[in-house]
Design a protein around this ligand. Structure first.
Ligand SMILES: Cc1cc2nc3c(=O)[nH]c(=O)nc-3n(C[C@H](O)[C@H](O)[C@H](O)COP(=O)(O)OP(=O)(O)OC[C@H]3O[C@@H](n4cnc5c(N)ncnc54)[C@H](O)[C@@H]3O)c2cc1C
Length: 283
């Protein structure tokens, strides 16, 4: 049970949502956007989210779009993870989604809610960062489209009152070879110990991580190191591990040392698999 009352709004347009946010904010109602609602409800029950008004974005048509247009795939922020997975239009994202929560929860959890979630994992961000996806954001000054890699720094950097409307990915990038490896402490679903997402483009391997540090990330220096083919595979991995940009998590799911052990083995597997794919192509 949520111990406080709040108003629920379901605007039908982007403009209405923005206007609502600012007028509710001016009334001191501390409004928040609401998509799948799974986290708002869970954290609301714990009094870790306190609000007098939620603004559900799912009745806004732009937020539930799922279409291919001008060689780009457009995904509305209000689409459920299940809907995206079932469309089979973005295999890399689908693979990451398949490892998040269980079927029942994925029917509710949305892409935008996961990207903007308070929890530290936000795993759907990984394939979107690696495929240079764009985010469409609505705010008081209108709609803007920006590269996710520029706007995602630990969290999606939104100004007050802004919300995520869509994610756009070039279709050519949704077809690149990928790997998504989620290692958990135990069980088949649940939060990750370390999730490693990897993509190969023009002979280079790009990687992004969740569960390793206190936020999901893609780091260009780590990518550079992993692709330094003058070094042996083992040296590349060791060098890459030294470039992790923030302290490695050390918590009930696993110690920092164990996470590094898991990551080292996963990176080795990633390099082997992509090399195997290359060898197959050559033969
Ligand atoms: C059993 C279970 C297991 C899970 N396991 C994992 C896991 O392993 N890895 C993982 O990454 N996730 C996992 N999740 C999901 C994660 O915990 C988040 O709760 C979920 O992604 C939130 O999605 P939602 O659509 O319900 O968001 P909501 O609850 O609607 O919103 C979450 C937050 O995002 C904000 N928000 C929502 N939409 C927008 C928007 N369009 N623009 C701006 N802000 C917005 C809200 O204000 C709120 O602060 C799990 C969830 C469950 C229930």
């Amino acid at each position: 049970m949520i111990s406080y009352d709040f108003d629920y709004y379901q605007p039908a347009t982007i403009e209405e949502a923005i206007e609502l946010f600012h007028s509710l904010d001016a009334q001191g109602k501390n409004p928040i956007y609401f998509s799948g609602g799974t986290e708002v409800i869970t954290l609301g029950r714990l009094n870790r989210i306190l609000t007098d008004a939620v603004i559900d974005i799912k009745a806004i048509p732009e937020c539930t779009v799922l279409k291919k247009e001008q060689k780009r795939l457009i995904l509305g922020a209000g689409l459920s993870l299940t809907r995206i997975r079932e469309s089979q239009l973005f295999p890399f994202l689908s693979k990451t989604i398949a490892e998040i929560a269980d079927n029942t929860a994925r029917n509710k959890i949305t892409l935008g809610g996961n990207i903007c979630a308070n929890i530290i994992y936000r795993e759907t961000v990984l394939p979107l960062l690696l495929t240079d996806s764009q985010v469409v954001i609505a705010g008081q000054t209108g709609i803007k489209e920006r590269p996710l890699t520029k706007l995602f720094d630990k969290t999606l950097q939104l100004e007050k009152g802004e919300f995520l409307v869509q994610i756009i990915t070039k279709q050519s990038k949704t077809k690149l070879p990928f790997l998504s490896v989620k290692k958990r402490r135990q069980w088949d679903n649940g939060y990750p110990l370390v999730t490693t997402a990897a993509l190969k483009k023009n002979g280079r391997i790009k990687v992004a991580f969740s569960g390793l540090c206190a936020f999901p990330f893609y780091n260009p220096q780590m990518e550079e190191s992993l692709n330094d083919f003058q070094l042996s595979k083992e040296e590349r991995i060791e060098q890459t591990l030294r470039l992790i940009p923030s302290p490695v998590l050390d918590d009930v799911h696993g110690s920092a040392e164990y996470r590094l052990f898991v990551l080292k083995n996963t990176l080795s597997d990633v390099l082997d698999v992509f090399k195997g794919v290359d060898d197959l192509k050559k033969s």
